[in-house]
Design a protein around this ligand. Structure first.
Ligand code: ADP
Ligand code: MG
Length: 240
């Protein structure tokens, strides 16, 4: 689904990503771990070109997104994104937040988008919040809405950047369980996370980024039971 070839990204003379290559296949749940500031968000944002790579290529189903002739917005419609700060529009109701992108981008009529929004709300048990405003919801509820909002566009893949980091601890579980259900339904997901339990239990691959490179990439079992590099061993000893 996504092929990343020798991806490099610098900010000024600060080299953040120093040549990252990997392939994300349909149905993969890839957990991205690594120390703060190592470039996890930069990598994730490069996958839908929210960050323009300094060099290298990102191919989405064979289309090189870094090619200037490609309509990037068209490709992005297939790539959902969920952020640490939920980014819901405060002046719109929950239902309107979910309907916005599909209607605006002419993917659905208003009626279709409304039906889809209500289905999605039902799926996460928040039908009764359809006409509420974001400020009336808890952090966990807001993040679950942000997830179904991305689903409203029927994406092929969803990128998550620390989706539970801004939540009070008691709300982390409800968001992770929505993500777990998505994974079980076969959604392709890339998740930057500090939730090692989630990485271990739900991901099929774990990638450890350090110093701008993929230091180690393997199954959760291997990453957590048999970390190879001293850097990963040290990182895990701090977070587990
Ligand atoms: P992580 O998500 O792993 O914590 P980031 O990808 O956010 O790391 O950041 C990696 C490095 O790139 C950091 O040193 C950060 O300060 C720097 N950086 C990120 N975005 C920008 C930007 N827009 N301009 C300048 N430096 C940036
Ligand atoms: Mg980050």
């Amino acid at each position: 689904m996504l092929e990343i070839q020798d991806l490099c990204k610098s900010f000024g003379d600060h080299e953040v990503l120093k040549g990252i290559s990997t392939t994300i296949r349909k149905g993969d749940v890839l957990a991205l771990i690594g120390p703060s500031g190592c470039g996890k968000s930069t990598f994730l944002r490069s996958l839908n070109l929210l960050e323009i790579p300094t060099s290298g290529h990102v191919l989405f189903e064979g289309t090189d997104m870094t090619d200037k002739s490609v309509d990037i917005n068209h490709v992005r419609e297939k790539i959902g994104m969920v952020f640490q700060q939920f980014n819901l529009f405060p002046n719109m109701t929950i239902k309107e937040n979910i309907m916005l992108a599909p209607v605006k981008l002419n993917k659905m009529t208003k009626e279709e988008a409304e039906k889809k929004a209500m289905e999605l709300l039902k799926r996460i048990g928040l039908s009764d919040k359809a006409d509420a405003y974001p400020s009336q919801l808890s952090g966990g509820q807001k993040q679950r809405i942000a997830i179904v909002r991305s689903l409203a566009m029927n994406p092929d893949i969803i990128l998550f950047d620390e989706p539970t980091s801004a939540l009070d601890p008691e709300m982390v579980g409800e968001v992770l369980s929505v993500m777990k259900e998505l994974a079980e339904d076969g959604m392709t997901m890339v998740v930057v996370t500090h939730e090692m339990g989630f990485a271990r239990e739900v991901a099929n691959r774990v990638m450890f980024i350090n110093d701008g490179v993929i230091q180690e990439e393997n199954t959760p079992q291997e990453i957590f039971e048999h970390p190879q590099s001293p850097r990963l061993q040290e990182f895990l000893s701090k977070v587990l």
